[in-house]
Design a protein around this ligand. Structure first.
Ligand SMILES: Cc1cc2nc3c(=O)[nH]c(=O)nc-3n(C[C@H](O)[C@H](O)[C@H](O)COP(=O)(O)OP(=O)(O)OC[C@H]3O[C@@H](n4cnc5c(N)ncnc54)[C@H](O)[C@@H]3O)c2cc1C
Length: 400
C-alpha cells in the first residue's frame, strides 16, 4: 500500500460542525478571548459580590448581546447559531451565575420583545437591552406555581388606559437588579392557558428606584450560581399603561412556550460547553496527579471514565447542533428541543459528578473549582423545565 493511502485518525482535528461558518468561528475566537480576559479572572470575587452590571454594558459595546437581532435595533443580524457560539464562549468564564445572568438577557428576555413587541416596546427595551444599558428579567415562576405555568395567580386587571398588577414571582434571575421585566400574568383568572397575557414593564425609574407598586421582597440564597442574583418580586397595585401588553391578550401561554424553546436549546448548549470545560480541566489533572507510581489517567478505570464522558458530551453536542439547524431553518421541533435539553443537562450532571470523583478529595475543595461547577450545574435539571416535565412533553408528543 502506498504511504499516501494510509489514513490515520485525526484526534486533533478541528471538529467543525457543518452549521458553523468561518464567521461563527471568528466570533468564537474573539468572544472566548474576551471572556477569558475580562470575566474569568473575576470568577471568585463575583461569587461574593455578584457579577457587576458594567460587564453587561461592556458586552453590549462589543456587540455580543445583539448577535441574532436585526441591525436596525443595534444587533449584528446573525443567524440562530450565534446564540450557541455565545453560550459556548461564556463557558470560559468559570462562573455559572454570570453565564445565567447573561443568558436571561440575550436568550430569554430580548427574543420575546423582538418577536412580539411593538415598535415602541422594541425602542424602549430591545435597543437598550442590546446595548447592555438596561437589564431585563423574566417573571414566570410564582411561589405557588412553577412547572404548572397555567396555574399562576398574578393578575393584571384593566382599569381605563392602564392595567393594575397584583401578585408575586419567585426565583427570578436578575430580579434584584433588573430595570424591566417580561412578566407573565393572568388577565382572565377563570381560565388556565387561555387566560394568560404577557407584559413588558419597567421595574425601575430613571433614578434607578423601584417603581410604585413593585418591591423586591426577598433576595434568595442558593446552592450554586452565587454570582447571580435571584429575587422574589412583589406586585401590589402596580399600574402599567395598557400598551405594556406584549403580544396578544390571552395568548401569553403560547408566547412563553415559544420563548422556552430557545431558552432550552441554549441551556443545552451551555451544558455541553460547560462539560467540555470540566472535561479539559479534569483531563489535565488526571495526567498530572500520580497514584501508585503512575498518572491516575493511566488506570484503565479512569481512562474509561474519560471515554464515557467524551462520548456522552459528543452525543449531546450533536443533538443540540442538529436540532438548532432545524430550529434555524424554520421548523418548530419541540420534541427534539426537549430531548436535547433533557439529555444535555443529564450528561452535564453525570460529567460534573465524574470530574469531582476523578479529582478525589481535591474535587471537594473550593480551590480546584470543580466543586463550584458541580453545584452550579445542578440547576440545569430544574430551571427552564424540570427533567420530569421534559419527559412528559416528550411522552405526550407521541399521543400518550
Ligand atoms: C436559581 C434559579 C433561577 C431561576 N430563574 C428563573 C427565572 O429567571 N424566571 C422564572 O420565571 N423562573 C425561574 N426559575 C424557576 C424554575 O423555572 C422553576 O423552579 C422550575 O420551573 C420548577 O418549578 P418549581 O420550582 O415550582 O417546582 P414544581 O413545579 O413545584 O415541581 C416540584 C417537583 O415536582 C415535579 N413535577 C411537577 N409537575 C409534574 C408533573 N406534571 N409530572 C411529574 N412531575 C412533576 C417537578 O419535576 C419537580 O421535581 C429559577 C429557579 C432557580 C432555582
Amino acid at each position: 500500500m502506498a504511504t499516501a493511502t494510509v489514513i490515520k485518525p485525526e484526534h486533533e482535528g478541528t471538529r467543525r460542525h457543518f452549521i458553523f461558518t468561518d464567521e461563527h468561528l471568528d466570533l468564537r475566537e474573539s468572544m472566548s478571548g474576551w471572556v477569558k480576559k475580562e470575566l474569568h479572572p473575576h470568577r471568585n470575587e463575583w461569587e461574593e459580590t455578584l457579577w457587576p452590571n458594567e460587564i453587561m454594558r461592556r458586552a453590549g459595546e462589543l456587540g455580543y448581546l445583539g448577535l441574532c437581532f436585526p441591525e436596525e435595533y443595534g444587533g449584528q443580524g446573525g443567524d440562530y447559531f450565534y446564540s450557541l457560539v455565545r453560550a459556548e464562549c461564556m463557558s470560559y468564564s468559570g462562573s455559572g451565575g454570570t453565564n445565567m445572568g447573561f443568558a436571561v438577557q440575550t436568550d430569554m428576555v430580548l427574543p420575546p420583545v423582538h418577536l412580539l413587541g411593538t415598535e415602541e416596546q422594541k425602542q424602549r427595551y430591545l435597543v437598550p437591552g442590546i446595548r447592555g444599558e438596561r437589564i431585563g428579567c423574566l417573571g414566570i415562576t410564582e411561589p405557588g406555581a412553577g412547572s404548572d405555568v397555567a396555574g399562576i395567580r398574578t393578575t393584571a386587571v384593566r382599569d381605563g388606559d392602564e392595567y393594575v398588577i397584583n401578585g408575586a414571582k419567585t426565583f427570578i434571575t436578575n430580579g434584584a437588579r433588573a430595570d424591566f421585566c417580561v412578566l407573565v400574568t393572568k388577565t382572565d383568572p377563570e381560565k388556565r392557558h387561555d387566560g394568560i397575557t404577557l407584559f413588558v414593564v419597567d421595574l425601575r425609574d430613571e433614578n434607578c428606584d423601584t417603581v410604585p407598586g413593585f418591591e423586591i421582597s426577598r433576595k434568595l440564597e442558593k446552592m450554586g450560581m452565587h454570582a447571580s442574583d435571584t429575587g422574589e418580586l412583589a406586585f401590589d397595585d402596580m399600574r402599567v399603561p395598557a400598551d405594556a401588553v406584549l403580544g396578544e391578550i390571552g395568548k401569553g401561554f403560547y408566547h412563553i412556550s415559544w420563548e422556552l424553546q430557545g431558552e432550552r436549546l441554549v441551556a443545552a448548549a451551555g451544558c455541553y460547553a460547560s462539560c467540555e470545560r470540566m472535561f479539559e480541566r479534569t483531563l489535565e489533572y488526571a495526567k498530572e496527579r500520580e497514584a501508585f507510581g503512575r498518572p491516575i489517567g493511566r488506570f484503565q478505570v479512569i481512562r474509561h471514565k474519560f471515554a464515557d464522558m467524551a462520548t456522552k458530551i459528543e452525543a449531546a453536542k450533536q443533538m443540540v447542533h442538529a436540532t438548532a439547524w432545524r430550529f434555524a431553518n424554520g421548523e418548530y421541533p419541540v420534541r427534539e428541543i426537549t430531548m436535547a435539553k433533557l439529555f444535555a443537562t443529564r450528561v452535564c450532571h453525570e460529567v460534573a459528578d465524574e470530574c469531582v470523583q476523578i479529582h478525589g478529595g481535591y474535587g471537594y475543595m473550593k480551590e480546584y473549582e470543580i466543586e463550584r461547577a458541580y453545584r452550579d450545574q445542578r440547576l440545569n435539571r430544574i430551571g427552564a423545565g424540570t427533567d420530569e416535565i421534559m419527559l412528559d412533553v416528550i411522552g405526550r408528543s407521541y399521543g400518550l
